[in-house]
Design a protein around this ligand. Structure first.
Ligand code: AKG
Ligand code: FE2
Length: 399
């Protein structure tokens, strides 16, 4: 009864204020405050907390789409502000971010990334030299333009055979997590090319980073400048993965990202991929739908899900589906908000190292790296010089 009265009265208040405003009469400050007050009372009386929670969590209460969308939006905004002021992150915002990505078709992500460009000014790097060459303006500009246009850029430069050989030999002697988990229950195994037991073997990020070659790549100025130029703001290194893909099963494995999907782990991000083995059409090339990092067709935004190849072909011409093959050392960058997958292997194996840079650290879960004594002094210097980029790297608790 009280609720209905509040809903009706506050709605009348909103309509009165709106009528005054629409009539062109001057709106003094108290009238604006009245409008905000009535709108707030209306909102909370119309949707008391338990109903808001039920609407958000699918508790059987159905509201018009705009009500649901604005609830998700407000909860996300609250989470985002909390992140901005305290640095806290969590799974709620992550799911809201994914929902809002679909609801706004990426426009909200673009708007927030625009704000990041204003508030997170790029670092002045001493140079742009590294594994991608010397990225003078005339070389960096086409890379940024290509990434903005296609969401994908394949570099001419390749990693040296020495680095790739060292990383491969490391990957052949270091235990990794088999995915999907084998029935034997082993949670870490050394990859055996003659007898793979899983489609993917994922290395622990801490172990990956304790490798000096990985430290050199993650502090490479040419790589940092590509991320920074694409975002137009300072990047943060948020994900670091290395894994084997195998021909254990030739059927696409969902857990191994072998069905088309978009990533949405952060607001805006870019992944750098390094092939550490030769990748042919048979050994699981990365496949990317060029230009799909901008807007997606409505049919692909109905639910948070994976897509079959046929479904992708209904929406995109086959020329837009790029399969990236290349010799050991091939490097490419992809904005994996666009549609992509790893093709299932028909034979052999593929070893990949991947870094993800993002514009901010709002995410599902932070994978922290302990900056222990296996890190080189020069990497630690980079962490000190560019604290935002390496904010996931923390000093060990015991010194
Ligand atoms: O294995 C691949 O090429 C795709 C991996 C993937 O989906 C990703 O890194 O986001
Ligand atoms: Fe992905």
């Amino acid at each position: 009864m009280l609720r209905q009265a509040l809903v009706t009265l506050s709605l009348i208040g909103v309509m009165l204020c709106a009528a005054v405003w629409a009539s062109g009469m001057p709106m003094p400050l108290p009238a604006w405050l009245g409008l905000v007050l009535c709108a707030t009372v209306f909102w909370f009386a119309y949707l008391p907390k338990h109903r808001r929670d039920a609407a958000l969590n699918g508790g059987g209460v159905t509201y018009p789409r705009w009500v649901w969308a604005s609830l998700v939006f407000f909860r996300f905004a609250k989470g985002y502000l909390r992140y901005a002021f305290t640095g806290a992150t969590g799974s709620d915002y992550y799911y809201d971010m994914r929902r809002l990505f679909r609801l706004t078709n990426g426009r909200l992500n673009d708007a927030i990334a625009r704000v990041h460009r204003i508030v997170k000014r790029p670092y002045l790097l001493p140079n742009r030299v590294g594994v991608l060459g010397d990225l003078t303006d005339d070389r960096l500009d086409p890379i940024t333009a290509g990434l903005k246009r296609d969401g994908l850029f394949r570099f001419d430069a390749r990693l040296s055979t020495d680095i790739c050989a060292r990383l491969r030999s490391w990957a052949l002697r270091t235990p990794a997590r088999p995915i999907p988990a084998p029935s034997t229950g082993d949670d870490r195994l050394i990859y055996d090319g003659a007898n793979p037991v899983a489609t993917k073997y994922m290395f622990d990020p801490q172990a990956v980073f304790e490798n000096p070659d990985v430290q050199r790549l993650a502090s490479d100025y040419s790589i940092l400048s590509v991320a920074q130029a694409y975002f137009g703001c300072r990047p943060i290194l948020t994900h670091y993965f290395m894994w084997w893909s195998t021909a254990h099963s030739t059927e696409p494995c969902d857990e191994a990202a072998q069905l088309f999907h978009y990533d949405m782990a952060n607001i805006k991000f870019l992944k750098l991929f390094f092939y550490l083995t030769d990748v042919t059409p048979d050994t699981g090339p990365h496949s990317y739908v060029t230009g799909s990092h901008k807007r997606l067709p409505a049919a692909l935004r109905d639910r948070d899900r994976r897509f079959s190849d046929d479904e992708i072909k209904q929406h995109y011409d086959s020329e837009r589906i790029a399969e990236i093959t290349g010799p050991t050392g091939t490097i490419f960058a992809a904005d994996t908000r666009g549609l992509h997958k790893g093709c299932p292997l028909r034979e052999g194996e593929r070893l990949i190292l991947q870094f993800q840079f993002s514009t901010c650290d709002l995410c599902f879960e932070r994978i922290k790296i302990d900056l222990n004594d296996r890190f080189s002094p020069s990497f630690k210097e980079m962490v000190a010089d560019y604290p935002y980029v390496y904010s996931r790297f923390t000093q060990p608790v015991n010194g």
